[in-house]
Design a protein around this ligand. Structure first.
Ligand SMILES: [Zn+2]
Length: 99
């Protein structure tokens, strides 16, 4: 697809969104009121591509492809915490630091 065609499709979609006052969220796929999308100045329809609910969810939940990586990261964090706690106990036991 040419860039021009893609832009035309996007423009058509934006015009439709403004006309019917709704647009389809790029994440949950639901057709929601424009107010459900946060404003975005440089967007054709003046709104972001994801609804507010999805933007919030995206900020707190990892994407499916990131989930495994996130789980590994969490495990490393937990291991690190355990290591820190173990070291701290060692230091307390040898009297280097106070509990
Ligand atoms: Zn959504």
């Amino acid at each position: 697809m040419f860039m021009g065609e893609r832009l035309a499709v996007r423009q058509e979609r934006a015009e439709l969104a403004l006309e019917i006052g709704r647009k389809i969220c790029g994440r949950c796929g639901e057709a929601k009121e424009l107010e459900a999308f946060r404003p975005r100045k440089d967007s054709l329809d003046g709104r972001r591509g994801l609804c507010r609910v999805c933007e919030k969810a995206k900020a707190t939940e990892p994407e499916p492809e990131d989930r495994e990586r996130f789980a590994r990261w969490q495990k490393r964090e937990a291991d690190f915490d355990l290591l820190v706690e173990k070291m701290r106990r060692e230091l307390v036991r040898s009297g280097i630091v106070e509990d």
